[in-house]
Design a protein around this ligand. Structure first.
Ligand code: ATP
Ligand code: ZN
Length: 304
């Protein structure tokens, strides 16, 4: 690390380790941008600076992030739950890091898959099988919880899906998003053993007051962005006597705002913030209660 970079990292600025490039990195940088935080250096370096808050980014491989946080080289990290959980379960010395908050992106599943030609009905069908995986600790924990005592894990760092054809294992345990890779290798999902998403992780010990203040500012901004992700601002006109019924239909909403409509006595405007899913689920009901001119707007941030 260049001297100027080292100096700048020792002056009480919070250090946040993020994946330098890969499946987590674009969404991580986009989330920081949505939080109003601009990353100042090119991502080709080991280190980048955020101007709006006293935060320095360490740009590293995702697998190193739990250890960097645990040993204090970094104060915080953004890492996939799969990597964090595997590291947590596989260490003899407990990891000195805990989840600060889930971040809602890079959602994927860790699944046990088997050749479709082999029947699979229940966990006990895995008895005596070899399972190729780069997540042996998570896989073994699942096998243990499900009473499968005599299955073995075979460590592979990639290309697990060819393991059954190579005769290395009868099953695999790997990340699945669409299932297309499994499908093209004649494999099907037997069990989901872990649901993963990106996590903000931090040390179990307390940060200095200065860094704690920066962490609070960061988590406040993150919560504001995450809260707005699935929320919509909904406006509609409705009969005045249907306000209570319509409010009940929008359960995700805080108390809706009811506004007079110029020149209309029997109708009002209702404005509410609610989850997009709730809205689609109840659209027909809203219309049947007399809602009209329904406008749905994106929300950039929700700060409370
Ligand atoms: P690095 O070079 O940093 O070690 P990597 O090759 O180990 O990266 P990536 O493939 O970039 O890792 O994946 C990083 C993380 O992104 C995974 O650990 C997982 O949490 C998440 N991820 C992986 N595959 C998917 C997917 N298909 N959909 C969504 N998230 C995924
Ligand atoms: Zn990695």
């Amino acid at each position: 690390m260049a001297g100027s970079e080292k100096n700048s990292m020792e002056n009480g600025r919070l250090r946040l380790a993020v994946q330098k490039s890969g499946r987590l990195s674009d969404d991580t940088f986009e989330l920081l941008r949505q939080c109003g935080l601009k990353v100042s250096q090119s991502r080709t370096r080991l280190y980048a600076r955020i101007e709006e808050l006293p935060i320095d980014l360490l740009l590293v491989r995702d697998d190193d992030i739990p250890e960097l946080v645990s040993n204090g080289a970094s104060d915080l990290g953004i890492v996939g739950g799969n990597v964090f959980e595997e590291e947590r379960l596989s260490r003899e010395v407990p990891l000195d890091a805990e989840i600060v908050m889930p971040l809602g992106f890079s959602k994927c599943r860790l699944c046990i898959a088997m050749p479709k030609s082999k029947a699979y009905a229940q966990a006990s069908d895995l008895a005596g099988k070899r399972i190729a995986t780069s997540y042996p600790a998570i896989t073994q924990a699942w096998l243990h919880e499900n009473g499968v005592t005599d299955a073995k894990t075979v460590n592979m760092s990639g290309a697990h899906e060819i393991a059954p054809r190579l005769g290395v294992a009868e099953a695999i345990c790997d990340i699945v998003s669409t299932g297309a890779t499994l499908e093209s290798n004649g494999l099907g999902v037997a069990e989901t053993v872990y649901f993963s998403e990106a996590l903000l992780i931090g040390p179990t010990a307390k940060l200095s007051p200065q860094k704690k203040a920066t962490l609070d500012a960061l988590t406040g901004r993150l919560q504001g962005v995450l809260r707005s992700r699935n929320a919509k601002y909904v406006m509609m006109n409705a009969p005045r006597d249907a306000v209570d019924a319509i409010s009940a239909v929008l359960p995700g909403a805080d108390s809706p705002t009811v506004l007079e409509l110029a020149g209309q006595t029997g109708k009002v405007a209702i404005h509410a913030v609610c989850s997009e899913d709730v809205l689609w689920d109840h659209l027909a009901e809203l219309k049947s209660l007399g809602a009209s001119a329904i406008l749905v707007l994106d929300i950039d941030k929700m700060l409370t």
